[in-house]
Design a protein. Structure first.
Length: 237
C-alpha cells in the first residue's frame, strides 16, 4: 500500500466524519441547500433511481443478497430493502453509517421485520468480507486514483457471486475540462479530492476479474456526472 493510498483513505475518512458529513447529509436529504448542492442531489438521485430500476427487473428479489459498499446515508440501501432485497451496507465514515441507521429506522422500522432491515456497519471497503449475489459501489471511486480503483474493483469482485454495479465520474475531454474549470473555484460545495476515470480502464479492471459488462448508463445534472456499469460473471452467461 502506498503513502498516496493511505493519504487518500485518511482524507476520505476524516472528511466524511467532519465538515463533509454535515454537507453531504444535507445534500442526500430533502432540506434546503444551495444551487450547486441541489444539482448534485438531483444527479445522485438519478443514479439511485437507475439502480433501483435495474433491481426491479430481478425475479425473486427477496432471495437476493446485496452488498452496498460505500453506502453513505443509506440512499440506496433503504429503498432497496423496502423492495425486498436483503442489504448489507457499509461506509468508511462512522457518522454516515449512524445517519443511515437513523434514516433506515425512520423509513422502515414500522414496515420490515428486524431480519429484513438493512444492516449497516462502519468498514473500509477493502475490509468487507462475505459473499453476496450483487455488489454495488456508487460514486466511491471518485475519491481514489485509478491504481487504487483497480484494487478496489478486484476486492469487490471477490465478494460478488453473480453481479456487480459500479458508478464513477467518467474521464472524457469534456468532463476533464469541466473539472479543471471547477478547480479554479474552490468552495463549500466541493469535496477535498476528485478523480475522473476512463470508462475503458474501469471496464478492463472488471474484465480482468471475470466480468462482462451487460449494460451502462450516464446520469448527469449540472455539477454531477456519473457513468453506471452493470456486469455479470463471464462463466454465468
Amino acid at each position: 500500500m502506498t503513502n498516496s493510498t493511505i493519504d487518500d483513505k485518511a482524507v476520505v475518512r476524516e472528511y466524511f466524519n467532519a465538515t463533509g458529513f454535515e454537507r453531504w447529509q444535507r445534500i442526500y436529504g430533502d432540506g434546503e441547500v444551495n444551487k450547486v448542492q441541489a444539482n448534485i442531489r438531483t444527479g445522485h438521485q438519478k443514479t439511485i433511481d437507475n439502480v433501483l430500476e435495474w433491481f426491479a427487473e430481478d425475479e425473486h428479489l427477496s432471495q437476493i443478497t446485496v452488498c452496498d459498499a460505500g453506502c453513505g446515508v443509506g440512499s440506496l440501501s433503504i429503498p432497496l430493502a423496502k423492495m425486498g432485497a436483503k442489504v448489507f451496507a457499509s461506509d468508511i465514515s462512522e457518522k454516515m453509517v449512524e445517519e443511515a441507521k437513523v434514516r433506515s429506522q425512520a423509513a422502515l422500522g414500522d414496515e420490515l421485520t428486524p431480519e429484513r432491515m438493512p444492516e449497516f456497519e462502519t468498514k473500509d471497503l477493502e475490509a468487507i468480507t462475505g459473499t453476496y449475489h450483487t455488489v454495488v459501489c456508487l460514486d466511491v471511486l471518485i475519491h481514489y486514483p485509478q491504481e487504487k480503483a483497480d484494487s478496489m474493483i478486484e476486492h469487490l469482485s471477490s465478494l460478488a457471486s453473480d453481479r456487480i454495479l459500479i458508478s464513477f465520474a467518467p474521464k472524457t475531454c469534456f468532463y476533464a475540462t469541466l473539472k479543471k474549470v471547477g478547480d479554479f473555484f474552490p468552495g463549500p460545495s466541493k469535496a477535498t479530492r476528485a478523480y475522473l476515470h476512463r470508462e475503458s480502464d474501469v471496464a478492463k479492471a472488471l474484465e480482468r476479474n471475470g466480468w462482462k459488462i451487460e449494460r451502462r448508463s450516464l446520469n448527469k445534472a449540472p455539477f454531477y456526472f456519473s457513468r453506471l456499469l452493470e456486469a455479470t460473471r463471464v462463466d454465468a452467461a
